[in-house]
Ligand binder design. Structure first.
Ligand code: MLC
Ligand code: AMP
Length: 493
């Protein structure tokens, strides 16, 4: 049995998950997951990716665990994904089963089903016959998760993570941040990326803690839960902390003090997925009495670097390599940089690093060099051994609200609009979102109509927020679009 299930057995009647439908113990969760696994087995699916679409909830986790217990790979679909994006996931995974929450019926009805069977959780369990098959023994070598991530080329790629890799990622954070079964965490992050899925939910459930699942971020709700003094942990992206600071400033003194007292009772707050501005760290420290622990990670590698739990946390750095993670910094020629304070690309190796990009062997091979994963992030190490993230190798990778967004992917979607002749996406600095997405367009199209069209074609968080129309895109002598020139157009306007 996988370690996470072994542990769940021992935590038995302790509460595992609280969502807006109630509280669920570890034994209830495990039993429900087994029922779901039995129902999946009736489809004669083995070792295959299965898509699932649920808000962040008890049902989400029981389906994820059910997929694992059936020996298959869990592929989370996000509630904000549009028809086209989900059609792509169905086609790319070549899955034959898609389990969804009945509230998304309308979205599912729009899909080009091809050979996939789409079924609600209710119907899946209803159709389960009493001829129970023996559940397969899922082992650490089996695939656990496939998380889609944007790259510098084309459409998102499925990052395949085995149970061994997932288990290593969980154990690494459990050691570093000393997860305990007395912990209680509120999850406000989306459940199709590692931050919400692995760092918060899997770590909590592996350690017998309680995870409160919220399907969206609501500053007032976070404040209320923190004021209760029941939470011990909170983890989020910098945009969330920025929004909490803005919300704090709107409150009356009594509410502020209650919230602050609640936060003082917590043991740890973590920020990651994007650079944490030092101003945010400082303001949050004044409000909460916590120095945010900043750490660095990536879908392909899980978490790699983290400020320490007990030693000094240095603002603007992401600390040291986590347990089971090896890192090195290399120059343009791939040669290791030994000296401190010298920038280079971060390479990562270890049991936590992903297995492959789904059905993309060439891209997988290109992503590694002699067993080291090439992150595409520039870093340097200071004299005390703390790592600092300096930026990405590619400016076509944008981080907005903690989401990684590929400029190319959005440009390709926009170019499918018949009235758009050319376009170029750039990232503009933004105090709240880190970066905000902007687009220069050549074409005669009404802005309001374009925004309406985008809502159906691109998940909201990937939508360009600023648009300018130009006669032509600035290009260099080679015909390549000069993106810094486009950025200037926005910054000067
Ligand atoms: C939404 N809006 C944006 C935007 N996204 N505006 C600018 N830039 C963006 N990126 C707009 C909406 O259109 C809406 O506008 C308003 O902001 C509120 O939208 P929302 O969706 O309700 O926002 P909110 O719930 O406040 O979401 C903020 C957030 C969310 C920070 C909670 O973006 C989020 O969950 N981010 C986390 C992503 C994540 O988990 N990344 C981890 C990847 S893993 P209007 O006009 O309608 O009000 C990884 C590895 C690692 O990176 O290291 O962890
Ligand atoms: P994703 O591919 O969505 O998992 O995003 C991973 C990327 O997020 C990394 O390659 C980094 O560029 C960025 N990232 C994650 N954590 C941090 C951090 N603490 N500081 C700066 N960038 C970060």
């Amino acid at each position: 049995m996988l370690p996470i299930f072994e542990n769940a057995k021992t935590y038995n009647n302790s509460i595992a998950i609280i969502d807006n439908t109630g509280s669920y113990s570890y034994s209830t969760l495990l039993n429900q997951s087994k029922k779901i696994a039995q129902a999946i087995l009736q489809y004669n699916i083995h070792n295959q990716p299965i898509l699932f679409l649920f808000p962040s909830s008890y049902n989400y986790v029981s389906v994820q665990w059910g997929i694992w217990l059936s020996g298959c790979t869990a592929v989370p679909v996000h509630i904000s994904h549009t028809k086209n994006e989900i059609d792509y996931l169905i086609q790319d995974t070549n899955t034959s089963l898609f389990i969804y929450d009945k509230n998304f019926e309308e979205k599912i009805n729009l899909l080009e089903k091809t050979s996939v069977q789409c079924i609600t959780l209710d119907d899946l369990l209803l159709n389960k016959n009493d001829n129970l098959k023996t559940l397969p023994t899922t082992t650490l070598v089996d695939n656990a998760l496939m998380i889609y991530t944007s790259g510098t080329t084309g459409k998102p790629k499925g990052v395949v993570i085995s149970h061994k890799q997932l288990d290593t990622q969980i154990r690494s954070l459990s050691i570093a941040w000393q997860w305990k079964n007395t912990d209680r965490i509120l999850n406000v992050l989306p459940m199709h990326h590692v931050h919400g899925v692995v760092n918060i939910t899997c770590c909590a459930l592996y350690n017998g803690a309680i995870v409160e699942m919220q399907s969206n971020f609501d500053a007032a709700y976070v404040a209320q839960r923190m004021s209760s003094k029941e939470l011990t942990l909170f983890m989020a992206v910098p945009t969330v902390f920025q929004k909490l600071i803005q919300y704090f400033d709107t409150l009356d003194d009594v509410t502020k003090i209650n919230w602050q007292n609640g936060m003082k009772a917590m043991r740890l707050m973590v920020s990651g997925s994007a650079a944490l501005p030092i101003t945010v760290l400082e303001k949050w420290k004044i409000i909460s009495s916590h120095t945010l622990l900043e750490r660095y990670g990536m879908t392909e590698i899980g978490m790699a670097l983290s400020n320490p739990l007990n030693e000094e946390r240095i603002a603007g750095t992401v600390g040291f390599p986590l347990p089971f993670v090896e890192v090195k910094i290399v120059d343009e020629k791939g040669k290791e940089i030994i000296s401190n304070n010298t920038p280079g690309e971060l390479y990562v190796k270890g049991e936590s690093v992903f297995k492959q990009y789904w059905n993309k062997s060439e891209e997988t091979t290109k992503a590694f060099e002699n067993g080291w994963f090439k992150t595409g992030d520039f870093v340097e190490k200071n004299d005390d051994g703390y790592y600092k993230i300096l930026g990405r190798k590619s400016t076509d990778i944008i981080k907005s609200g903690g989401y990684k967004i590929s400029a190319l992917e959005i440009e390709n979607v926009l170019l499918t609009h018949p009235l758009i002749k050319e376009c170029a996406i750039v990232a503009l600095p933004d105090d709240v979102w880190g970066e905000t997405i902007a687009v220069a367009i050549v074409g005669k199209i009404n802005e309001a109509e374009l925004k309406y069209w985008m809502k159906d074609n691109i998940a909201d968080y990937k939508n360009p927020r600023k648009i300018i129309f130009v006669q032509q895109l600035p290009r260099n002598a080679m015909g390549k679009v000069v993106k810094p020139e486009i950025k200037k157009l926005f910054l000067e306007s």
